[in-house]
Design a protein around this ligand. Sequence first.
Ligand code: GLP
Length: 246
Amino acid sequence: MMKSLKISTFPDYETLSKEAAMFVFQKIKETHEQKNTCVLGLPTGSTPIGMYQQLVTLINDSFQLTTFNLDEYYPIQKDNDQSYHYFMSKQFWKPISSQSAKGEFNIPNGEAKDPQEECQRYEQAIKNAGGIDLMILGIGGNGHIGFNEPGSAPDSRTRLVNIADSTVQANSRFFNSMAEVPRQAITMGVGTILESREILLLASGKSKKNIISTLLALEKPDRQIPASWLITHPHVYVYLDTEARA
Ligand code: GLP
């Protein structure tokens, strides 16, 4: 199988964040020229924070954006400061709105009574928006994308999933106690992600070095490494800093 990943390595996190923001901004402009709007898929986590900070300085009121976040804990209240809803509101939606850019921001509803129905609604909303032009991704230490943990099928859709023990452990740094760390989430599926027209994967820091070297060495997808399905997609850009690449 042809490896399609287009890899760029930057000296540090700040440069990676700036370059990622420039890349996203370029795509927004290009897509806007074609159809007067742009549909982005967005990640949470510590990795994209720098990119969001840069991006809000670039986007202005001439842009119409529709965004779909990858995932959300389930169940969780929107106003919980560990919800992805809260994170996005703080890092992107509020700053963007204050730049008067017009946006429609979507994220799976962690408060939904019926999670299955919420998953179907979310898939339909992505379809109704015409699909995702550019999906931005982080990566978990175990190779997860969104909350697609090892074993996820390549044709999986938005669904309720159990979070892997290693991810619960990794996420526990943000919570007061292990008992508070959510064990389930609603996530776009691998199939949903792969339908995006283009994908930008970001990884920064030493903690991502192992999974990145594993990913880059793969000749074909490995079901135990959800990010490995990305090598089947023709337009994937991987932005790394030297610590993640070394
Ligand atoms: C979480 C999210 C992922 C994210 C990952 C890595 O588990 N569900 O979408 O990519 O964490 O996060 P970080 O960027 O903080 O390393």
